[in-house]
Design a protein around this ligand. Structure first.
Ligand SMILES: Nc1ncnc2c1ncn2[C@@H]1O[C@H](COP(=O)(O)OP(=O)(O)OP(=O)(O)O)[C@@H](O)[C@H]1O
Length: 451
């Protein structure tokens, strides 16, 4: 890369041209037309100087005097250089233009979000392992878990953890270099660098980092970029540099990614993040409220409602809080209470009213309401929001289909009738005590078209 700024290159070239003209005694018109006008010294990279000219004819005439040009340029620089004379379009192909360089530089700029730290990350059962592994990558880079592969559904904190690693390194190890890059940007960077012949430069920049954090690796689909990535990956790992990767699925399920890469991704530590349980979801809401400036009071019950309703995706959970505050500014209620909240999030029925009601439809409506999968409510999980959803589904089966407990048990993972009876009774109790559940029941019944 040139060590000269463009203004210096210009001065060097003007001096060189003066010396050439003095020495060669060209006719002024010839000299101006073929040498001076529109020629420029583009770059000096080590011992190679690049001069660019507009037309082929300029190039041919200058090539005739190449020895003289080299001699005079070496004299100005006080060091021997050899010259190449190129047309503008040839430069674009052969050499990194400043635009390409700038683009590369942008890719390497610090993209770590300050607010995504370990402190602002709420730890719960759903992400404890991923959190611990991320911490260990910070303290023992390249030692135990390389790569660290964090996977899980969208909106569950994977990117947050990557940035948290970045922030930790920046704060605690300021001499170490950390690069966060979104994998699609990574592909663009590699493809562009191939087009512009800057692959070596880009590789060098990547290999100089101590931590490489790649987000959403499932998007690394380009085969040529995978080849370069593979080599970079091996180099970084062999140099004990820490690699942390996120993806929406486990490495072995990645599609369109070469097997040799998948096998390397699987060779480190793969940890998952799941949906937060009720308490964690509520703690996340409380954390997200810490930095807010709105003074309006929000009732605790509202947080319970949001934590139960949106916990399958923390991004949605956070979005629900934003929406609530936004609507509160708009409608100016005295406080944000359950009634106001439910009005904001009320939903249209999704199941036709005259359809026959079945356990399957009940489970579907409950799952949609709580943002869970059928497997989750049929599972043995005792996680609070899953268990609550299961209780409500059991209650609805009993109330509207008058199913015997044994039969309901079959619908919920072959559970014993006494477990189902306990589940039903639990919901009867919760309905008496908590308005949140009364409202949830009402909305699910609405969804099912039950008046
Ligand atoms: N445990 C948590 N504590 C605090 N905030 C969280 C937590 N989990 C997720 N979030 C927040 O939820 C939002 C979405 O998280 P993030 O972008 O990290 O999700 P992701 O798993 O990377 O999703 P995607 O796969 O779509 O990229 C962010 O604002 C993040 O701060």
């Amino acid at each position: 890369m040139s060590k000269f700024a463009s203004i210096q290159l210009d001065q060097i070239w003007q001096k060189t041209l003066t010396l050439i003209n003095e020495n060669a005694h060209f006719d002024d018109a010839v000299f101006n037309a073929w040498f001076k006008e529109d020629s420029s010294l583009y770059d000096i990279d080590g011992e190679l100087a690049t001069i660019i000219v507009p037309f082929k004819i300029n190039k041919q005439i200058m090539m005739e005097s190449i020895d003289l040009i080299q001699e005079k340029l070496s004299q100005v620089l006080d060091q021997p250089v050899s010259c190449q004379i190129l047309l503008r379009n040839e430069v674009d192909l052969l050499q990194p233009s400043s635009a390409v360089r700038r683009r590369n530089e942008i890719m390497f700029e610090d993209k770590i979000k300050k607010e995504y730290t370990f402190d602002s990350f709420v730890v719960g059962k759903n992400n404890r392992e991923a959190y611990a592994a991320a911490m260990s990558a910070c303290h023992y880079p390249g030692k135990f878990n390389n790569p660290l592969f964090i996977f899980g559904n969208s909106g569950l904190g994977k990117t947050h953890l990557l940035h948290a690693i970045g922030n930790f390194v920046k704060e605690n190890k300021p001499d170490e270099k950390v690069l966060y890059i979104y994998s699609e940007d990574f592909v663009t960077l590699l493809i562009e660098s191939m087009k512009n012949k800057t692959v070596e430069e880009v590789k060098e920049m990547i290999c100089s980092v101590d931590y490489l954090l790649i987000d959403d690796i499932q998007r690394l689909k380009q085969s040529t970029s995978q080849e370069i990535f593979f080599n970079l990956y091996n180099k970084l790992v062999s140099d004990n540099k820490q690699i942390v990767i996120t993806s929406d699925i486990h490495p072995t399920e990645l599609k369109g990614i070469e097997n040799r890469l998948i096998s390397r991704f699987s060779s480190g530590l793969s940890v998952s993040v799941g949906s937060p349980e009720f308490e964690t979801a509520k703690a996340i809401l409380q954390k997200k409220m810490e930095g807010r400036k709105e003074e309006i009071m929000i009732e605790d019950e509202v947080l319970d409602y949001l934590a139960t309703r949106f916990s399958s995706d923390v991004r949605k959970l956070e979005g629900s809080l934003n929406e609530l505050f936004f609507k509160a500014i708009l409608y100016n209620p005295e406080k944000i209470d359950l009634a106001f909240t439910q009005e904001i999030f009320k939903e249209n029925p999704v199941i036709a009213v005259d359809d026959e009601l079945t356990p399957k439809k009940i489970k579907k409506a409950v799952c949609e309401y709580y943002g869970l999968t059928r497997t989750q409510i049929e599972s043995k999980s005792r996680t609070k929001n899953i268990a609550n959803a299961r209780h409500i589904a059991v209650y609805l089966c009993r109330k509207h289909l008058e199913m015997p407990f044994v039969k309901i048990g079959f619908e919920f993972g072959n559970r014993d009738h006494s477990t189902i009876m306990a589940s039903y009774e639990k919901m009867v109790k919760l309905l008496k005590e908590k308005e949140t559940f009364q409202q949830a029941l009402l909305q699910i019944e609405n969804k099912l078209g039950i008046k």
